[in-house]
Design a protein around this ligand. Structure first.
Ligand code: HEM
Length: 317
C-alpha cells in the first residue's frame, strides 16, 4: 500500500485515532505507576487492559490473511483493511510494551515478544519496499512480462534469436530450437516501443533475413555471448548484463560485419536489452514478495503462542 502526501487524508483518521488511544494509554499507565516502586505489570488493571487490546489487535491483524484469500466475502474494502492493518499494528507495539511493564518475563513471554517484534519489523520492511519498488518496476521494466512465464519467455527469445542468426549466417541445421520456433518465413520478436505516452513490449514480426555472406563473426558472437545470456540470464554471467559494456560489444561486432547484417545486430541488441529488464523484474518481484515469507509464518506462530500465553497467564493468575 502506498502512503503519499497525496493520499495521506485516507490514513489521517487512523493516525489520529491511534495517537489518541496511545496518549490515553500512556497517561493511564503513568497514573497507575505513581507511588509504586515498579512499573504496573501485565496483571494490573491497565496492564491487563493493554494486553487484551493488543491481543485483539494481533488477532485482527491476522484476519487480513483470510480476508485476502476470500475476496468474495466482501467484508469491507481491502484498502480499508490494509490501512487498519498498518496503523493498528503500529499502535499494538507501544500498547504491548506497556502491557509488559518493560519486562521480558519468562521464556514464553520473551519468545512471544520477540516474535511480535519480528512480525512488526517485517511488516514495516514490506511496507517500505512497497513505497518505491512498484515505481522502479514501471520505470525500469517497460517490457514487464508475466512473472510465472519468465523461463518460457527467455527460452522463446533464445530460440527466436537462434533462428534469426542461423538464417543470416546460412547455417542449416535441424536443431530443436530452429524447428520449435519456426513458422516458415517469419520470426516473432518482442520489442520495446513507445506508443504515445505508453511504453511497452510489442510483438514485431520480422521477415527471415536472407543469408549475408561474411557474417561468421555474428554466429561466433551469438554462440559465445548472446544465446546463453538470453536463455539463462544472470546465471550466464555474461558481460552483456552490463548495458554500457553490451553497447560497446555490439558496436564492435557491427564493425566486423557487412552493413546488411547490422539490422539483425540491432534486433539482437534489443532482445538482450529485454532480457536485462526481465532480470531486473525478477529481482524486484523477489524483494516485493520475499518479506512475506517471514511475516506470514511468524504471524501464524505469534497467534498460536499468544493463545498459549493467555492460557498459561489465566491459569496461574
Ligand atoms: C501483530 C502484528 C501483525 C500480524 C499478526 C500481521 C499479519 C499479517 C498477515 C497474516 C498478512 C497476510 C499475508 C499474506 O498476504 O500472505 C499480512 C500482510 C501484510 N502486513 Fe502484516 N501483520 C502484523 C503487523 C503489520 C504491521 C505493523 C505492518 C506495517 C506497518 C504490516 C504490513 C503488512 C503488509 C504491507 C502486508 C501485505 C499486504 C499486501 O500487500 O498484500 N503488518 N500481515
Amino acid at each position: 500500500m502506498l502512503i503519499r502526501k497525496s493520499n495521506f487524508a485516507e490514513h489521517y483518521p487512523w493516525v489520529l485515532a491511534s495517537s489518541v488511544v496511545l496518549a490515553l494509554a500512556v497517561v493511564w499507565f503513568i497514573f497507575a505507576s505513581v507511588g509504586h516502586a515498579e512499573w504496573p505489570s501485565g496483571s494490573s488493571l491497565p496492564g491487563f487492559t493493554f494486553g487484551v487490546i493488543g491481543g485483539l489487535i494481533c488477532l485482527f491483524e491476522f484476519l487480513i490473511w483470510p480476508r485476502k484469500k476470500l475476496r468474495s466475502w466482501r467484508i469491507g474494502k481491502v484498502s480499508t483493511w490494509m490501512r487498519a492493518h498498518i496503523w493498528l499494528g503500529i499502535l499494538a507495539v507501544p500498547l504491548l510494551v506497556l502491557h509488559t511493564g518493560f519486562r521480558w518475563g519468562g521464556p514464553l513471554s520473551t519468545t512471544l515478544m520477540t516474535l511480535f517484534l519480528l512480525v512488526i519489523a517485517s511488516g514495516v520492511w514490506g511496507l517500505i519496499l512497497q513505497q518505491f519498488l512498484p515505481e522502479k518496476m514501471l520505470k525500469e521494466v517497460p517490457a514487464e512480462t508475466i512473472f510465472s512465464q519468465i523461463d518460457y519467455v527467455s527460452d522463446l527469445m533464445a530460440g527466436e534469436a537462434s533462428q534469426l542468426v542461423r538464417s543470416v549466417c546460412n547455417i542449416t541445421s535441424d536443431s530443436d530450437d530452429a524447428e520449435k520456433f519456426s513458422d516458415g518465413s517469419h520470426i516473432v520478436v518482442g520489442a520495446v516501443r513507445n506508443t504515445g505516452a505508453i511504453q511497452g513490449r510489442v510483438v514485431v514480426t520480422s521477415s527471415l533475413q536472407e543469408s549475408v555472406p561474411d557474417s561468421k563473426p555474428l554466429y561466433d558472437f551469438f554462440n559465445e555471448h548472446i544465446y546463453g545470456f538470453l536463455k539463462n540470464g544472470e546465471m550466464a554471467k555474461s558481460p552483456l548484463q552490463n548495458p554500457p559494456r553490451a553497447h560497446s560489444m555490439f558496436n564492435s561486432l557491427r564493425t566486423k560485419l557487412p552493413p546488411r547484417a547490422h539490422e539483425v545486430v540491432t534486433v539482437l541488441e534489443d532482445l538482450c536489452n529485454q532480457r536485462r529488464q526481465i532480470i531486473t523484474q525478477a529481482k524486484i518481484q523477489f524483494w516485493l514478495h520475499s518479506w512475506l515469507w517471514v511475516h506470514l509464518p511468524l504471524s501464524v506462530a505469534l497467534i498460536v503462542l499468544m493463545f498459549v500465553h493467555v492460557f498459561v497467564a489465566m491459569k496461574y493468575w
